[in-house]
Design a binder for this molecule. Structure first.
Ligand code: ZN
Length: 259
């Protein structure tokens, strides 16, 4: 997204990477493996590529099924380009990007980029996506107010994350915690406050390739730096190793939100 691009997510990572278990957080655990179906819910094209696609690449390589559902098509995201033109370009970039990490099912819910609001319509659409895809694990993007001091999150991300939480809780309340169908077992956010990590050794390169597929978007965002260089810098920052985790291998961090 695009009023203020997704950069702060990445700027936050190297700093966090050097202090993994800081302050009141205990040492992160390895991400659970007792699941087969994952649903990634995000606000915009390229959101999965700034934090989780290396983990997704590993999961699909392990035979897990991952589906992406995006609230918007990112149509407001390319400066100087009309939304009617930018939307289809960004959808196509997202499809190519997703395919690189083994995700062939990508849905766009059609909510307005940069004007996403946690309202009943959005919560219903999210709940519907969860019911249709029946994931074991829901993974969404960071909904907290800031990635770090002075690095505020975007409104779309916060509103969307809140909608995912509300939809998850409503489904649990309606279907019950023991129902096998229609209720995700777990909900994680991509987050600077990490409770769980995925060892992504061997999966950083596909994540770089995936982000580089957003070439139209990135080339407008930063015309000076080659797209692939931008992608590598971002992904390597996100996937930095964390002291004491995964034997020094690159990791992607998540925060467990439910249960
Ligand atoms: Zn975004």
């Amino acid at each position: 997204m695009n009023d203020s691009p997704d950069r702060p997510e990445n700027a936050a990572q190297p700093e966090k990477a050097t202090s993994p278990a800081s302050s009141d957080h205990s040492v992160p655990e390895a991400f659970p493996t007792d699941w087969t179906r994952g649903l990634v819910l995000v606000a915009h094209p390229d959101d999965p590529e700034y934090g989780m696609s290396a983990a997704v690449a590993r999961w699909t390589a392990e035979g897990r099924s991952i589906v992406y559902v995006l609230a918007s098509s990112g149509e407001a995201g390319i400066e100087g380009m009309a939304p009617a033109i930018a939307g289809p370009i960004r959808e196509e970039e997202q499809r190519r990007s997703s395919a690189i990490v083994g995700v062939d099912e990508v849905e766009f819910l059609g909510f307005p980029d940069s004007r996403i609001v946690n309202n009943a319509e959005l919560r219903d659409a999210v709940a519907d996506a969860i019911r249709r895809h029946r994931p074991d694990v829901v993974i969404s993007l960071y909904s907290g107010e800031e990635f770090g001091p002075g690095m505020p999150n975007q409104s779309d991300h916060m509103e969307f994350g809140a909608a995912v939480g509300a939809a998850y809780d409503d489904l649990v309340a309606a279907v019950g915690v023991d129902a096998a169908e229609g209720r995700p077992q777990m909900w994680f956010e991509s987050s600077p406050e990490v409770t769980h990590y995925v060892d992504v050794k061997g999966f950083v390169e596909p994540a770089v390739d995936a982000l580089a597929e957003h070439s139209e978007y990135l080339s407008v965002l930063d015309p000076e730096t080659p797209v692939r260089d931008q992608a590598r810098a971002q992904v390597e920052a996100v996937c930095a190793s964390r002291e004491g985790l995964a034997g020094g291998n690159p990791v992607v961090g998540f925060r467990r939100m439910r249960p």
